[in-house]
Structures are given as structure tokens and as C-alpha cells.
Ligand binder design. Sequence first.
Ligand code: DQA
Length: 139
Amino acid sequence: FVLNGPNLNLLGTREPEIYGTDTLADIEANVRAQGKTLGLAIEFRQSNHEGVLVDWLHEARAKGAKAVLLNAGAYTHTSIAILDAIKAIAVPVIEVHLSDPETREPFRHHSYVGMGAVDVVKGLGAESYLVALEKAAAL
Ligand code: DQA
């Protein structure tokens, strides 16, 4: 499962100086191509709603997902509900970010997702997803 949180549907036009010019559809295409190479079936989704992301984390467990790549967007820094879901599902979650939140505003320095994730890939732009997928394949 590759789960994307709020505002990531606007990638391509959203603050391109921070997030780059790839759209989420571009990233999805690259992830699917690399998933094929690695022999991984990809479920790629985006929601602007916290509870939907929680539901999808539960679904990842129910469907027996090997791993979840999670770019929770701003919920990374606020959502105890998402942290609790990560802890509840016993599916390894890899935290993903296009930017490196720790080099940005102080309010982005804390990650609830990171408190439950097995690994993090950040600061590589769209490439962060592909590096994270390789890590997932190796789990
Ligand atoms: C982000 C970083 C977050 O701080 C921010 O709220 C996002 C995107 C990233 O991919 O760099 O929405 O997760």
C-alpha cells in the first residue's frame, strides 16, 4: 500500500520549489513501474481526510499487505490517530516525504508517523517513494 495524505493531490502545482514538479499521477506511474520490477502489487491512494487514512491502514492489515509506504502530509506532525493505527496493524510502515521536514519550520520537526514507522525516506523529492519501495521489497 502506498498511502498519501492531505494536499498531495495538488503535487505538480503545489509549492514546486519545495515539492518539485512531478504530479501525484507521475509518482504513481513510477511506483507502479518499479513495483512491477520488484514483483510487488501496488495499491496507490490519496486522501485529504485523516480517518480515511486510518481506515486504509486497517485495510492494509486485513488484505495482508507486505508493507505500507505512508506520506501522511501534515498529519505526520499532528495525528496520534494515525500513529495508533500504525501501531495497531502490525504491518511495517515506511514514512515517506518529498521534502525533509526536519530542515523546515520547527512545527514540522516532530513526526508522530515516525514514532511507529520502521524506516523513513525523505528529502529526495519524488525519488523518495522509489527508495522507500526498494526498502519495502527488502523487508
Ligand atoms: C510532506 C512534508 C509535510 O511537512 C507537509 O505537510 C506535506 C508534505 C512531504 O512530502 O515533504 O504535506 O509530507
